[in-house]
Write a protein that binds this ligand. Structure first.
Ligand SMILES: NC(=O)c1ccc[n+]([C@@H]2O[C@H](COP(=O)([O-])OP(=O)(O)OC[C@H]3O[C@@H](n4cnc5c(N)ncnc54)[C@H](OP(=O)(O)O)[C@@H]3O)[C@@H](O)[C@H]2O)c1
Length: 282
């Protein structure tokens, strides 16, 4: 039976360490602050943003929210980002996605100062990650590395397979695992013979968005399973991951639950990135 990689426990370890850093920064007269921009009325985004504000509050990080309506123009959004870029009291800027389709989210990400880009979506920071340089790394892949590290799970030489190639999870995950000397394979919707590839994974990272997609027969014995997916069952309203947790946990060595796995780690690493930005601000 697999050992559970408990994201709540790991996130609280990360956050407790950050509390000391926040206090030290405050003693030096630096009050770490996160500014979050939300455009439109996406209901999931509201929950994510609320969780981020709670985490800031717990750690004593200042939190500012900018709620823009659906009619907001690109110029108005860029002007707000520009204002926050130039505000020395703001250390991290986060643009919550999705934003209305008529707006260009990539242009907005490019506008966020690389020094305040706590989500790690500015192309300059993505490039630094690829080059193996110190930078802001997207919070979910960073959280995955952290939960593995806290559980003493070694990545060097391991066969790591990622399913999903999104800009926020799959792609930065490739680089994070490569930087840890894993041998990395990335799969997507056009991948053929997926089972044959997943069966060879020592570490399997799943970020697809399809409930219970990964079944027991797709997993090697003693594999480490990281389930990033967040899916809501329409009938029961319960949240579940991309992995058939009940059956896969019978063969895996370690597995993350959903909820309570990678979700809390993502928020903890956002806090980590805000503190990092504040430390680098002077
Ligand atoms: N826990 C967290 O903090 C957190 C953070 C971010 C996302 N998530 C969750 O993670 C899931 C993925 O989100 P995302 O934004 O990373 O990805 P996404 O943009 O929704 O894309 C899904 C990816 O899965 C691939 N895919 C879809 N069907 C597939 C199949 N049958 N076989 C193999 N690959 C398939 C797609 O391939 P193509 O590229 O070929 O289309 C794509 O790369 C969602 O449930 C999301 O809610 C959780």
């Amino acid at each position: 039976m697999a050992k559970i990689l408990d994201g709540k426990v790991a996130a609280s370890i990360v956050k407790n360490n950050l509390k000391n850093d926040v206090n030290e920064l405050k003693e030096k007269g630096i009050n770490p602050k996160l500014a979050v921009i939300m455009v439109g009325d996406d209901s999931s985004s509201k929950i994510y943003v609320k969780n981020k504000s709670i985490a800031c509050n717990d750690l004593g990080i200042e939190y500012e929210e900018y709620l823009l309506n659906e009619e907001t123009t690109m110029e108005e959004l860029l002007n707000l980002i520009d204002k926050l870029n130039n505000d020395n009291t703001v250390h991290g800027i986060l643009l919550q996605s999705p934003i209305p389709k008529k707006l260009d989210i990539n242009e907005a990400f490019r506008k966020i100062s690389p020094n305040k880009d706590v989500d790690g979506f500015n192309p300059l920071n993505v490039g630094k990650l690829v080059l193996g340089q110190d930078t802001f790394v997207s919070c979910t892949p960073l959280g995955i590395l952290k939960i593995l590290e806290l559980n003493n799970i070694e990545l060097e030489g391991k066969n790591a397979v990622i399913i999903g190639r999104s800009n926020i999870v799959g792609k930065p995950m490739i680089q994070c695992l490569l930087n840890k000397n894993a041998t990395v394979t990335v799969c997507h919707s056009k991948t053929q013979n997926l089972n044959e590839i997943t069966k060879k994974a020592d570490v399997l990272v799943v970020a697809i968005g399809k409930a219970n997609f990964i079944t027991k027969d797709m997993v090697k014995d003693d594999a480490v399973i990281i389930d990033v997916g967040i899916n809501r069952n329409i009938e029961t309203k319960k949240i579940c991951g991309d992995v058939d947790f009940e059956n896969v946990s019978k063969v895996a060595s370690y597995i993350t639950p959903v909820p309570g796995g990678i979700g809390p780690m993502t928020i903890a690493m956002l806090m980590n990135n805000v503190v990092k930005a504040a430390k680098q601000s002077k």
